[in-house]
Each structure stands twice: as C-alpha cells, then as structure tokens.
Design a protein around this ligand. Structure first.
Ligand SMILES: [Zn+2]
Length: 170
C-alpha cells in the first residue's frame, strides 16, 4: 500500500498544467494508479465518500485520472467534448480541500475520450458522471473547483452544510 500525501489548496503544484502520458510511460503509470487507488481509499476512511482523484493531486503532473465508483476506471489523457447546452448547478467538493463545498455550474452531459492502461482508446458519453469528469479534467489544467464558484456565497465550510443546502434552493 502506498498512500500518498494529497496536495492541499494553496500548494502551487495544483495550479500547474499536467503533461500528456506517453505510451512508454505506461508501466510507471500503473504504479501511479496503485498509489491513486490507495490514496482514494485512505481518504474515504478519513473523510467519507470520494469518487475520483487526479494524478496532480498527489504531485504527479501527468494527465491521468483514477475513478472508483462501481468499478475502477483509469482515464489516460482524457479529453472532453460534445458539451450539452444545458447546465446543472451543484455543490462540489474536492479531496484537496475536503472541508469546503463550492457551488458550481457544469455541463449536464459531455463525451470523454481517453486511453486505458493497455493504450486502447475509448469514447463514452457521460450523463451523471459528467460533472465529475469536468472536475477531474480541470485538475489536469491546474484549475480548481473554487475557480468556478458562482458567486461570493458559493464557497462554504462543510460544517455549514445546512446553510449551503438552503442556498441551493433547486
Ligand atoms: Zn478535486
């Protein structure tokens, strides 16, 4: 088990643009995926639900996202496209600032194109995971959910969750 330290809000590395994964780096990326899995599980033990983590959050500036919902999925060099015109609003959170909730607006659906650890390409239309992949792909660009805060009342402490839910009103 190799739980890695999660970079926290304010760490300058979280604002850097990650580099594409090259095919010859796949064995190294397999080790990174193990670290991402272990770190995600450890986070869940400490903080509760979490669905995905991006490599730069453990200081690896590569375009790699690891998601574990019903089953594990590795997204190498993910690219989003076909954004819906319809948007949704939600309270988002992040493993790099688990004390906060941020009200954001995301595309209701989009398509993700990516490679897996065998370098096979996939393209999947996303509906209920659309907001999650938008959050994770932002990490690869050095963009955090707080940058998407809708207004000055859109960043709240989770301890004030009741107040936050009242604000959402939809
Ligand atoms: Zn995040």
């Amino acid at each position: 088990m190799a739980v890695q330290k999660l970079l926290r809000l304010g760490n300058p590395k979280l604002y850097e643009v990650s580099r594409p994964v090259e095919r010859q780096e796949l064995s190294e990326m397999t080790r990174v995926v193990t670290d991402l899995h272990d770190t995600l599980m450890h986070f869940r033990d400490e903080w509760g639900p979490a669905r995905a983590v991006a490599a730069p959050q453990i200081g690896v500036l590569k375009r790699l996202v690891y998601m574990f919902t019903d089953e594990p999925t590795v997204f190498i060099n993910p690219v989003l496209s076909n954004f819906s015109s319809e948007m949704i609003e939600l309270w988002d959170d992040c493993m790099s600032f688990p004390e906060l909730l941020v009200r954001v607006r995301r595309y209701k659906s989009c398509t993700v194109t990516y490679r897996d650890l065998d370098w096979n390409e996939h393209s999947t239309k996303l509906t209920f995971l659309s907001e999650l992949l938008q959050h994770e792909c932002d990490h690869l660009e050095g963009i955090l959910a707080i940058s998407h805060a809708i207004d000055s009342k859109s960043i709240v402490l989770k301890t004030e969750r009741e107040y936050a839910i009242g604000l959402s009103a939809n």
